[in-house]
Design a protein around this ligand. Sequence first.
Ligand SMILES: [Zn+2]
Length: 302
Amino acid sequence: MNTIANTNNLSVNNRGFNFFDAHCHLQEPEIIWDIDGIISRWRENSGGTIVCCGTKESDWQAVANIASIYDNIIPCFGVHPWFVEDVSDKWFYSLEKYLNITSNYYKYSKPLIGEIGIDHVLKNIDKKKQEIIFKTQLGMAKELHIPVSIHIRKGWDILIKIIKNIGQISNGGVIHSYSGSADMIPILQKYGFYISFSGSVTHSNNKKVQKSLKQVSPERLLIETDSPAILPYYPYLESENQQSIYYDSSNPKWTTKLFQMGLNEPCNIFMVATAISKILDIPLSEVALRTDSNGKELFLKR
Ligand SMILES: [Zn+2]
């Protein structure tokens, strides 16, 4: 697992610019076995910074380990809404401990809290407990002046209620894999949030997310893979001749073994960025440079 450790110094790939993956989960068992390959492919094809988000107490150490082995991986620790019923009595103190040691792993990174949030699409998770754990972590972020990475599905009213109640998160945060309406974008930006888009934007029939993307201010835009989830749509796999708006002529045959297994990884971020460049009608390099700069602004120490 450590054969290519500590050699990545923001290397520039053959495109001449780097991508910034603002949200993924390299610690997940489905992909961790191929971590050396994942990091190699990332460096060869995209090369920049990755934010690796924990989701539950039991995976925080794995996130810390990955960040300690590979450069330019920012660890992020939090309790995801799907796992609020699994927390131990000492989860809060454990989270504090991991936040305090972030700089041991990557000295340029601020401590980060995530992935946290509200998910009312899944009906079997205690809504009250989700809200309490989310609010506790947001309060902690505000007190410690650190950014947050937020997951919201059908919980926008609760997010706004909590922010109005505790006040704006002082170091900002990101709404990851944005799925809300275009109308919410100005409100979220007003509260200091960045908006991140995942592989869901690569589906040409997803008009809602494309409409939302067009509402985002350039200085608030981020991109992510959410690996190993949200595999991007890549038309080349269906037809060699298909010149879709998401076709990447610089790398037309790009797929990985994980991709063919239905698993996402950070090197696929160019598919998300390509889709965004087509939808916004701006060069791919501009999407990469803008989102890399925004990611550094939010997540790194100045
Ligand atoms: Zn996630």
